[in-house]
Write a protein that binds this ligand. Structure first.
Ligand code: UT7
Length: 310
């Protein structure tokens, strides 16, 4: 038996903020944002919608997709850097709302690589036979920590949530390999003071190098070759970074997930949101070999090679 994703869903706020909307409040242009990042619009949550609200909505639908009840969850892991409060954790808040009374609950902080960290943490508990079902949520309300007068960062981010239920899957399917890593010496390039502070060029260089290397490493660990990869789901930070990882795996354009144009960079939520969009678009099928790869503040990174299906 393998460990894999047995249910998944996402939530994004309704409010769409386009590049043209940002032109009105910042010294920027649709042309610059499109060509430098690939972003066309992003979703921004209203004041009444906090991180836990988005996490709850995504989680509720993921549990339904898994065909289990909330009481069957043994653990909830929420990856976020924008929790409602330092404590209680978002995971405890949604544990209550879901009625997941048998689940242990904790948040983890690994920025945009958070969903990768969450999945791999949850996997360990199932693999050892300790737990049967672990809910992993990647969620951010980055709009509340963005400096809306800083064009270097304000144009990049969006709000949203993605949730997955981990459980046992049939033989041959599930997580085949992974890599997690961190380099604290790079923490100074991307951090939150009051707002998000970023050295874009340094993060860009790190991301291109790390996403490429980690993708290759997980394939090697799984005993697979580039031509075995059916689909790549890179963290949706910037189309130019994503394209670099695609080229590193020598994949054609149609084999890479692209949702950055619609949602911007939703940090820990970007990979699960992309998975859901791609399933709905018929781009992900059972038994596809998928490489997911993310990087983020910390600096952190994570990659997973998975054979899709329950
Ligand atoms: O999840 C992890 C989060 N972070 C990232 O993924 C960020 C990684 N880095 C990037 O995506 C890119 O570095 C950026 C999109 C942030 C910037 O793109 P770039 O090609 O590295 O541009 P740059 O920082 O070298 O800036 C080029 C120019 C500068 O003007 P000067 O100094 O050449 O006159 C910037 O001031 O573009 C200017 N600029 C803008 N112009 C219009 C920066 N932001 C904007 C903007 N609109 N929003």
């Amino acid at each position: 038996m393998g460990v894999g994703i047995i249910g998944i869903n996402r939530f994004v706020p309704e409010r769409v903020v386009t590049n043209q909307d940002l032109e009105k409040i910042l010294d920027t242009s649709d042309e610059w944002i499109r060509t430098r990042t690939g972003i066309e619009e992003r979703r921004i949550a209203d004041d009444d919608t906090n991180t836990s609200d988005m996490a709850y909505e995504a989680a509720r639908k993921a549990i339904e997709d898994a065909g289990i009840t909330a009481e069957e969850l043994d653990m909830i892991i929420v990856a976020t850097v924008t929790p409602d409060h330092p404590f209680p954790s978002v995971s405890c808040m949604i544990q209550e709302r879901l009625g997941a009374k048998n689940a242990a609950a904790m948040d983890i902080s690994a920025a945009c690589a958070g969903f990768m960290y969450g999945i791999i943490t949850g996997k360990q508990f199932i693999e050892t036979g300790t737990y049967k079902h672990v809910l992993v949520v990647g969620v951010e309300k980055l709009s509340k920590i963005v400096d809306w007068s800083d064009r270097n960062t304000a144009v990049l981010f969006g709000d949203g949530a993605g949730a997955a239920v981990l459980g046992e899957v049939s033989e041959g399917r599930g997580i085949l390999s992974f890599e997690l890593g961190a380099d604290g010496t790079g923490g100074k390039h991307l951090y939150q003071d009051e707002h998000i502070i970023m050295n874009g060029r340094e993060v860009f260089k790190f991301a291109v190098r790390q996403m490429g290397e980690s993708s290759v490493h997980v394939l090697e660990k799984a005993g697979l070759k580039r031509e075995d990869v059916d689909y790549l789901i890179p963290h949706q930070a910037n189309i130019r970074i994503m394209e670099a990882s695609r080229e590193r795996l020598e994949l054609p354009v149609e084999k890479m997930s692209k949702t950055v144009d619609q949602f911007g960079n939703t940090s820990a939520a970007s990979i699960p949101i992309s998975i859901v969009e791609d399933i709905q678009a018929g781009k992900i099928k059972d038994d596809d070999v998928i490489v997911m790869v993310g990087f983020g503040g910390g600096l952190t990174w994570g990659a997973i090679c998975i054979r899709w299906g329950r």
